[in-house]
Design a protein around this ligand. Structure first.
Ligand code: 5GP
Length: 194
């Protein structure tokens, strides 16, 4: 997606060979116009799948996921990383190893909000090793619902997540695919192929 790639090139900061910081438009400060375009893009890709719910993980997935849910005219369901007192009912629960925090966390979704009738589109900001997305597919499986697709804003294709999810049969659509972050530079997949 051209506008996203321009933003990554202009405002992304390479923190290491493995981590890209996008706090100027996605993870801390959020660009609403860009999120709107991202939502439109994901909605166009998955509209034919008769999605009933968009599912993401708090907190950085919420902005692109909300705009996608808005475009598809379906609810957004946000998996929680801590179980708040207000989430008193039974929950689906999965364990996720956090790439950025380097620790295992549990994620929760109320059993009242997801069931076997649902066709779920999973949206997240980044794809690295695929643990967050896999945790969300686990939650969908517990509800006996269907994963209709996975939309990722930025896929770091040099890490294993994309391959892992695709090998399990999921359709993964990534709006920007990064080939490497070596030497402090973002190299996109397209650049490598040229
Ligand atoms: P995974 O579970 O695929 O290993 O990692 C994905 C999750 O880790 C995303 O939800 C995202 O929050 C975070 N993450 C992974 N890589 C990066 C990165 O390079 N930059 C930022 N800002 N977050 C990342």
């Amino acid at each position: 997606m051209r506008e996203l790639i321009e933003k990554i090139m202009e405002e992304g900061e390479v923190l290491s060979e493995h981590v890209l910081k996008v706090d100027r438009f996605l993870n801390h400060q959020v660009d609403p116009q860009l999120m709107k375009k991202i939502g439109e893009h994901f909605a166009d890709e998955f509209r034919h799948e008769r999605i009933t719910k968009v599912l993401t993980l708090e907190s950085s997935g919420i902005s692109p996921a909300l705009m996608t849910a808005y475009e598809l005219n379906v609810p957004l369901l946000v998996a929680r990383k801590r179980k708040p007192v207000t989430l008193s009912e039974n929950t689906y629960k999965a364990s996720v190893y956090s790439f950025t925090k380097r620790e295992e966390t549990e994620i929760f979704v109320s059993q009242t909000l997801l069931d076997c009738e649902d066709r779920v589109l999973i949206i997240d900001d980044f794809l690295a090793n695929g643990q967050a997305a896999l945790g969300l597919t686990d939650i969908v499986a517990q509800a006996k619902a269907h994963v209709a697709g996975i939309g990722i804003v930025i896929e770091k294709a040099f890490q294993g997540g994309g391959q892992l999810l695709r090998s399990r049969g999921y359709r993964v659509v990534s709006l920007a695919r990064i080939a490497s972050l070596q030497d402090g530079t973002v190299k996109l997949i397209e650049e490598v192929m040229c």
